[in-house]
Design a protein around this ligand. Sequence first.
Ligand code: F6R
Length: 635
Amino acid sequence: MLCFVKVIQFIGIWLQKIFTMCGITGYVGYKNASPILLEGLRKLEYRGYDSAGLALLNGSQLYLEKRKGRVSVLADEMQKHPFRAQTGISHTRWATHGEVTDANAHPHLSSDGNFALVHNGIIENYESIKKFLSAEGYSFSSQTDSEVLANLIAYHYARRTDEKCESRFLEAVRKALMHVEGTYGIAVLCRFFPKQIVAARKGSPLLIGVGKDEMLVSSDVLGFAGRAKNVIYLEDSQVASIAPENCDIVTIGNKQIDFVVSKIDWELENADLAGASHYMEKEIFEQPKALENAIRGRISDDLSTAQLGGINMTPNELRQIDRILFCACGTAWHACLAAEHLIEKYARIPVEVEYASEFRYRNAPLDKSTLVFVISQSGETIDTLEALRESKRKGFKTLAITNSVGSTISRESDGGLYQYAGKEIGVASTKAFTSQVAISLLLALYIGRMRDLSFAEGREIVKAVKSLPAMAEEVLKLAPKIQEIAKKYAKFDDFLFLGRLSEFPVALEGALKLKEISYIHAEAYPAGEMKHGPIALVCPECPTVVFANTDDVLPKIISNAQEIKARKGPVIAITNSPEDFEKSADDIIPLPKVHEALCPIISTIPAQLLAYYIALERGCDVDKPRNLAKAVTVE
Ligand code: F6R
């Protein structure tokens, strides 16, 4: 029975407690499933694009189509062989176990032909299960761990002799999952139940979309392709039996769940290209808006501070904090480094930054008055989520900065701050980074004002923060100039990026953007470190991008640029002191003078544009760079 215990409206605050990188979609209703599934897959392609496939169920006829390549290849195939059905599951893959082939694409069928399964995650003990099932007479046609699970479900189904009721299907999945080690988000069809999908999750996101006389399953609300108004976030170790008008959820241990239905805010989830050539371009240019959203309602002019209700801590509790530990991955980790500079400078609290993937295994000794902060755009990155869980397990207060309302990280942390940057689809993160840094600055201001930051200093930062959207707009006007510069440098295969203090994270981020989307080898260093090794790379074929916007160290970085020039290395200076680089830089991207606290945000924007235009020049697939996927939900 459909048991909607509570419908919760997202009202713009961090909701407390209530709440493979592949993409999964599923549909059960009364419409033709195939176009709905394909539309959902197109929206989820940012999660993986090695191969795509779908399984459709009409009566007891199970139809399977899967292809190596993009969703468009699958869609072409479906045009040739249309198959009408009102129930189906589909998948776009980012390969983990097994090469990118048609056979390894999902869905996978059990060898008795009764079950079709799509899977996101990794089944760690699949070898032993496979051995067991082979001995029981099941066979395998792919190299994947996922096919093992399809057969394990078939095995548990076959062991039961009771009538073919819907619970028998759910039970088979539940029993199978009891033997699985690893992570999964799965959706399963069974030939005997044409109006039912069974879905489950552990460590990989899975959502159930509630529409009118139809239900959908997806790894992300985008996969509902606008069809659902409400969503049920499946929690770890839960199994759902889904039919057009109802949904039943139990735990793997067979405990009934009173689930919560939340309203989807489609404005935040909007993912159209809106006339841009690429999502990355669109998202770079959305930064003024994203920054505005990050700061809206979070500033108190009267008190010259920030107001951050979502962190759910009283000023007194915050004053007890002696250290903040930030954990994240990739670009979000760079945002943590920027946060470290800002918080240490303005709030005077020691900050440590850890790679989430290292922290979760390293058993780091933490002082009891440490506050753990994770940053994650998607709110689903498995390493970051596990770092959060590890910290919670040890009893630490955990907060999060995330862009994804209702994501696992937002649900499991003790509080936090939403970015409201709007959906980020481009695989290379852009607007999420600057928005994360802006929120970190608000945090520095907020905690700083509880400690040593004076009213006057606070007022200066407040003024600066309020100017952020306009400043970002100003920098975006440099796009044509940066595109010209990009043309000149697109031929090079090695780059150095140098920045100091809060611009070192910017250098790291600039190098990462270039690597990701144009496959150019790029390294970033604090500029002062250059002489200790990296300078050996300097030559006419290795351009250096120098960020020089931090007054405290400006003369130093001017010297660093001259040292590069003296060795015939091309220099691109991104600076608010262009006159100082006339002799040493081959090209200058002149930035407006801003409060130093804004530097890591403002100087990142030209670096994003440079990477974007260089990738375009090199003919790279900017939104779908090779080997990458947007939400990294496998280790
Ligand atoms: C790089 C990029 C990745 C992500 C990282 C963490 O452009 O997007 O490095 O930053 O995978 O992702 P989230 O922030 O979703 O946890």
